[in-house]
Design a protein around this ligand. Structure first.
Ligand SMILES: Cc1ncc(COP(=O)(O)O)c(C=O)c1O
Length: 390
């Protein structure tokens, strides 16, 4: 097979149904803050089995208001995984908090629970415990949330799951986003993610007070419930509102929400397809020196990414070889502490994260990837190892 186009590591799948739905909403009365935003929130909350969902214009803004809703402020500390997109840490910096990074585990590529436990013990003695932990379900592979939840009770920290990659993933029978083991969870709807709204995100929670705060921070810090009004001097008309805190305009539009509603209908199909792709790679390449992400038998990964580890001696060469053959592989992610904004020498103790970064490669995995394209990728990968044997 000769490939006449590039195969990206991921991309969106847009159906005629998606296009029809968006066209229709453009002719409707509302382009923002209308019924489709509410419907999208309702559909996501019933899909992940949670009480409340607040949509936003990105997962980055969702993470920001999630931190704000837990009262994160200057001098507070958050911990997150060394291996994630920078947004997992930036959300805390927006609140003026300090960020520390956790090492990862080289089987699951998620944060290392044993190292987390040790770090908590030491930090307790130093009185430097985090206020919030932000575990990241890397590539849609669920973290061991039961263990993290137990630690959160012992060391009294809150949990925001960065589930940007994990819509549709499950821990046993619990959907990620149900917040069974966390205070809040955040999903991303960026085009490469499980479903897309072009740009968009959502926060889920079972806590009503947090829910009210999320809505307020999403909309400038404005309160619209007359029972909560503080200013007794103004005679309140129906349209009255009050700003109680400093918030943002992080609203999702009706157009984006409509695309999300339409996409969500295909989520199960997407997850099935992505898991098939992952299994195909694993099976076909089982005799080659590549180590794929370990997903617990009890869990379901949404397979946002198919990441493999390969000897760091050849990783860059392998990366360039695949790209020369139109397979547009990528690296997820540069350890966040390597970015100059975050860099501190002390973070270099996260040795597995560094090892991971030097060995990881993300292979194409997206909903519209065709079987012959997948076979082509596997053939090219095998050809690399055959050419470079010994
Ligand atoms: C782990 C993780 N968290 C947060 C984000 C931010 O998502 P968004 O682009 O929707 O703001 C991303 C996006 O790539 C991500 O991968």
């Amino acid at each position: 097979m000769i490939l006449n186009k590039n195969l990206p590591y991921s991309k969106q799948s847009i159906s005629s149904g998606d296009i029809g739905a968006v066209k229709k909403v453009l002719k409707s009365n509302y382009l923002t803050s209308g019924p489709q935003v509410k419907n999208f929130e309702k559909n996501i909350s019933s899909s992940v089995n949670v009480k409340y969902a607040v949509s936003t214009n990105s997962a980055t803004s969702a993470l920001h208001i999630a931190c704000m809703s837990l009262g994160l402020k200057k001098n507070d500390i958050i911990w997150t995984s060394s291996i994630s997109f920078v947004a997992s840490a930036n959300c805390a910096k927006y609140c003026g908090a300090t960020v520390d990074f956790l090492d990862i585990e080289l089987n699951t590529f998620n944060l290392d629970i044993q190292k987390l436990e040790k770090k908590l013990e030491i930090s307790k003695k130093k009185k430097k415990l985090p206020k919030i932990l932000i575990p990241v379900h890397l590539g849609g592979n669920p973290c061991d949330m039961e263990k993290i939840y137990i630690l959160s009770k012992k060391y009294k920290f809150k949990i925001i799951e960065d589930a940007s990659h994990a819509l549709g993933a499950k821990i046993k029978n619990n959907k990620i986003g149900s917040c069974k083991y966390s205070d809040l969870a955040v999903f991303s709807f960026h085009p490469v993610k499980m479903i897309t709204t072009a740009e968009g995100g959502i926060v889920t929670t079972n806590n009503k007070i947090i829910f009210e705060k999320l809505k307020m921070f999403r909309e400038h810090g404005i309160v619209r419930d007359k029972n909560k009004f503080k200013n007794k001097k103004i005679k309140t008309l129906e349209t009255h509102y009050e700003q109680h805190e400093l918030g943002y305009n992080y609203r999702l539009s009706e157009v984006h929400a409509t695309l999300g509603i339409s996409q969500l209908k295909r989520l199960n199909k997407f997850i099935k397809k992505r898991n098939q792709i992952n299994n195909f790679y694993k099976k076909e390449l089982s005799n080659f020196p590549m180590k794929f992400q370990n997903i617990s038998k009890n869990n379901l990964s949404s397979v946002h990414l198919v990441i493999a580890l390969i000897s760091k001696k050849i990783r860059n060469n392998f990366f360039n070889y695949l790209r020369r053959n139109k397979i547009i592989v990528n690296i997820h992610y540069i350890p966040i502490f390597y970015h100059p904004f975050y860099y501190k020498k002390k973070f270099l103790t996260n040795k597995s994260a560094i090892e991971y970064y030097e060995s990881a490669i993300s292979l194409p995995a997206f909903n519209d990837l065709k079987k012959n394209e997948l076979k082509y990728i596997v053939k090219i990968i095998k050809s690399y190892f055959l050419k470079n044997a010994n």
